[in-house]
Design a protein around this ligand. Structure first.
Ligand code: F0G
Length: 458
């Protein structure tokens, strides 16, 4: 008999999950104004709100916590992180920050000015938020294939070089301070960017002397897909692939809460010493001294260890196969999901799932609420609510895709949990015809509104 696939870890510590009834959940979500961010975690059975900061650290990471050096300046933990960043990404300079958006805030404080244009592949919402907060514009240059959820393409995160070149040639070049490539591309479904595309973007950017930064939260998952899908990389190690990927960037911002498998942390990596020095000023103002920047020594240690673990093939295989397991179950029952299945999450195509709703109903938000009520599974809306209003016209922006994301935390749930999630979604799918009304927004913040918006049923 061929031996089946099995996880590359065993479990040393467990945490109790609380069950609840549908009636309780209906009451809780109503009180939470139909915003899943307002629900207490104990009111959730399986929490797929995010894979950010929700992973389980390894025994080695926990042991690193004990070795943390909490010195204000020059801590050994800083040097441990520095050496991990050098060995994995080959960047000589870095600044620790407390999380990914803090890295964006520090870097953009140096790079981005009012009226600037920042091209990239479907910028993540905090990235776009930090760009628009500075009265600059994020231009999405993702390939068109990404917006068709049924089309199979191995690298749906790719940048369309034609679109990018048009942005570079049709604007004064001094208005374009940076190109941001998000790997994997969260907003288009956790989809990877190919090595070839990273290389071509960098070559084009160098021609125009515009720096390229990678938004690298899920860089290791991106490397796994390159190994599996791109010719010439099948025999390379993940670490070799990562090294090559980052040779096509001038720097990186990192939310370490994803592919460094820590609960909190981030950093900025730089090739250029002057940019590092300029950013250091803002790091000290916003985050902390440059050798800790918003992180404690123990967290820097765990982060360094996490970077090493997340760039091991066995870990990535276990991780991504679990996401695939859930995705394939849903496909089996004809649930419309973004395909191919991404690295960190399943993205349900809410427009195809709930054809009776109009775009003004906040389709994906409505579906996320129904899924929660059905089984106590918490996902997140990636649709009109997250897209915010147009900063100029203040009209709702209706993105091409209305998605509900089910993000799988790293090393946390078993495949039985995935079976439970699948059954929950299938039950909602079976009663989809009866879902004919959506939600209204009753309160919202001017930017990043999805975190705090309040809704009522129509
Ligand atoms: N970039 C990407 C691609 C992200 O997915 C995130 C966060 C950030 C930057 C910001 O990092 O949260 O550490 O400040 N994504 C989380 C998510 C929140 O649920 O996808 P952060």
């Amino acid at each position: 008999m061929e031996l089946p696939f099995a996880e590359s870890f065993k479990i040393k510590m467990v945490e109790k999950l609380k069950r609840s009834t549908q009636r309780e959940r209906e009451e809780w979500i109503k009180n939470a104004k139909y915003n899943l961010f307002n629900i207490k975690s104990e009111q959730v059975f399986i929490d797929l709100l995010t894979d950010s900061g929700t992973g389980a650290m390894s025994d080695k990471q926990w042991s690193e916590l004990m070795l943390g050096d909490e010195s204000y300046a020059g801590a050994s933990s800083y040097y441990k992180m520095k050496s991990a960043i050098k060995s994995i990404f080959n960047f000589n300079y870095f600044l620790p920050t407390h999380q990914g958006r803090a890295a964006e805030n520090v870097l953009f404080s140096v790079l981005i000015k009012e009226g600037n244009i920042v091209p990239g592949n479907s910028h993540f919402d905090t990235t776009k938020g930090h760009i628009e907060f500075r009265k600059a514009t994020a231009v999405d240059c993702t390939i068109d294939e990404a917006f068709n959820t049924t089309l199979i393409h191995p690298f749906k995160g790719n940048v369309d070089l034609g679109k990018l070149e048009k942005v570079l040639t049709s604007n004064p070049i001094e208005k374009i301070p940076v190109i941001i490539v998000t790997i994997t591309c969260n907003s288009s479904g956790g989809q990877p960017v190919s090595m070839q595309n990273l290389k071509e973007v960098y070559t084009l950017a160098q021609k125009f002397k515009v720096p390229v930064f990678f938004d690298s939260a899920r860089f290791a998952e991106n490397a796994y897909f390159i190994k599996l899908r791109e010719k010439g990389y099948e025999n390379k190690s993940i670490k070799e692939i990562v090294r090559e990927m980052f040779s096509y960037a001038d720097g990186m911002t990192m939310s370490s809460k994803k592919d460094a498998i820590v609960n909190m942390g981030g950093f900025i990596g730089f090739k250029n010493e002057q940019l590092f020095k300029d950013a250091s000023v803002f790091n000290i103002m916003f985050e902390g001294f440059i050798t800790y920047g918003g992180m404690s020594g123990r967290d820097m240690n765990a982060l360094a260890q996490g970077l090493d673990e997340s760039t091991e093939f066995d870990y990535l295989e276990t991780r991504i196969k679990q996401v695939e397991y859930l995705g394939n179950k849903l496909i089996e029952y004809n649930i419309p999901i973004q395909q191919p299945i991404g690295g960190h999450a399943i993205f349900i195509d809410a427009k195809r799932f709930l054809p009776n709703l109009k775009k003004e109903d906040y389709i994906a938000q409505t579906l996320a609420v129904e899924i929660y009520i059905e089984g106590g599974v918490r996902g997140v809306e990636i649709g009109t609510v997250m897209a915010d209003r147009d900063p100029v016209t203040h009209e709702n922006r209706y993105p091409d895709l209305e998605l509900v994301r089910l993000a799988i935390p790293r090393r946390v749930y078993t495949n039985n949990h995935m079976n439970y999630v699948a059954a929950t979604i299938i039950n909602v799918f079976n009663r989809r015809e009866s879902i004919t009304t959506g939600l209204n927004i009753t309160k919202e913040a001017p930017i990043l509104r999805h975190f705090t918006a309040e809704f009522e049923r129509k």
